[in-house]
Design a binder for this molecule. Structure first.
Ligand SMILES: [Zn+2]
Length: 397
């Protein structure tokens, strides 16, 4: 049984040569897929690892090696079905546990703060605890969702993972944070949206289950950016025009020429640094990047649906988690979206979700307009109309 599952999983697992992200199928058939996404995408670490400055390249190489190891562990964990944490009753209170990995690679490490316990002297522990709580609270209050699985899944995190580890990830069971090398990246518990991004991969895993490759993978990434940003906005009480629409603001060390990992408002402008390279994200289909790396550019082309969401939120005004966020949440959880959805499919699904909840009014028009502005046709094409082929858009398999 286990052996048959293993071979099926390996066969079902897509993996690129240099990639820190991959899919491990929970089973060989149609069950949810757990994405192993690291918040710092592989193209950034690749660039850093080629630096002539060993203080920059060393931590980047070690981070890439550790991410590859985690990818393997994720696969093995899937095979043996270890440490299930589901089954908790849905509650309006989170159940958080924070661990200290003490710069080792053993997870989860020593338990340092349980739900309801007083704050630690360690700021990283407290930030992780608060961020898990903020994510839980946003999903509960804005969308009536009980934790990642909507069934009260306990939230577990480990801080101080490895020495100078330049990443953070959700491994399908828990959050893991590095301290950063201090040279390029700071402590990964600092940006709330990073934590919201990673936990939202869990939400997607339990809902639309978007395939982590190509356009559906870019949609998976984008959904994590959208709700990562909305969790930050909800927590800070920011309206759409007050929000920075950045992912990872505060993560880059002083001296790095950049202000975040990604910008939803202006994709492609988050950083431009000799060591990091330039933010490669396009904001429209004209800049769509065809690549086999990064699972087909999932962290790059996500800029396009990210920007569509920003445009919608800006057009509707007010709090972005309310109407714009509700439309995206309905789309993600409504059950109509294929795991292999392309941008045009997702756009059509958001238009349908807007119409279902708000009718044929302002919201529906704004959804169509926002997708149109990024070069994606939202409405299902009539039979007589030839679907628009976008520059660089890969053919559907
Ligand atoms: Zn991600």
């Amino acid at each position: 049984m286990i052996l048959r599952s293993f071979s099926s999983i390996i066969a079902a697992t897509r993996d690129s040569d240099c990639d820190a992200c991959h899919i491990a199928a929970m089973t060989a058939t149609h069950a949810p897929s757990a994405v192993f996404c690291t918040i710092v995408p592989p193209h950034v670490l690749d660039k850093l690892s080629r630096s002539e400055d060993s203080g920059v390249s060393g931590p980047a190489r070690r981070t890439l090696e550790q991410d590859a190891l985690q990818r393997t562990r994720r696969r093995l964990t899937t095979v043996i079905g270890a440490t299930g944490v589901t089954g908790a009753a849905a509650s309006d209170q989170p159940r958080r546990t924070i661990h200290d990995a003490k710069h080792q690679d053993t997870l989860p490490g020593r338990k340092v703060r349980a739900e309801g316990a007083k704050p630690s002297k360690d700021a990283s522990v407290n930030r992780a605890y608060d961020a898990l709580g903020a994510t839980f609270e946003t999903y509960l209050k804005a969308y009536a969702r009980h934790s990642i699985d909507d069934a009260g899944l306990p939230l577990v995190a480990s801080v101080h993972y490895l020495q100078g580890y330049n990443n953070a990830f959700w491994n399908g069971q828990q959050m893991v944070f590095g301290d950063g090398d201090g040279e390029i990246f700071l402590d990964f518990t600092l940006p709330l949206d990073v934590i919201g991004h990673e936990l939202t991969h869990g939400v997607t895993q339990y809902s639309a289950n978007l395939d982590y490759f190509g356009q559906s993978g870019a949609l998976n990434e984008s959904v994590s950016d959208v709700f990562g940003s909305l969790i930050k906005q909800f927590t800070l009480g920011q309206s759409a025009d007050q929000a920075d629409w950045l992912i990872g603001a505060g993560l880059l060390a002083p001296g790095v020429d950049g202000h975040a990992l990604r910008s939803m408002k202006e994709p492609g402008t988050a950083y431009d640094d000799p060591r990091l390279g330039k933010d490669p994200q396009p904001g429209t289909m004209d800049g769509y990047v065809s690549t086999s790396r990064d699972n087909g550019g999932v962290h790059i082309n996500s800029g396009i649906p990210n920007h569509a969401f920003y445009l919608l939120a800006a057009e509707l005004g007010g709090n972005a988690w309310e109407q714009a966020g509700q439309i995206w949440y309905d789309t993600l959880t409504g059950g109509s979206l294929s795991p292999h959805a392309q941008f045009t499919d997702f756009a059509a699904a958001t238009a349908a979700a807007a119409r279902a909840r708000y009718g044929e009014g302002e919201q529906h028009r704004a959804v169509l307009s926002s997708w149109s502005q990024v070069g994606v046709t939202a409405a299902p094409a009539p039979a007589a109309e030839v679907p628009r082929q976008q520059p660089g858009q890969p053919q559907e398999a």
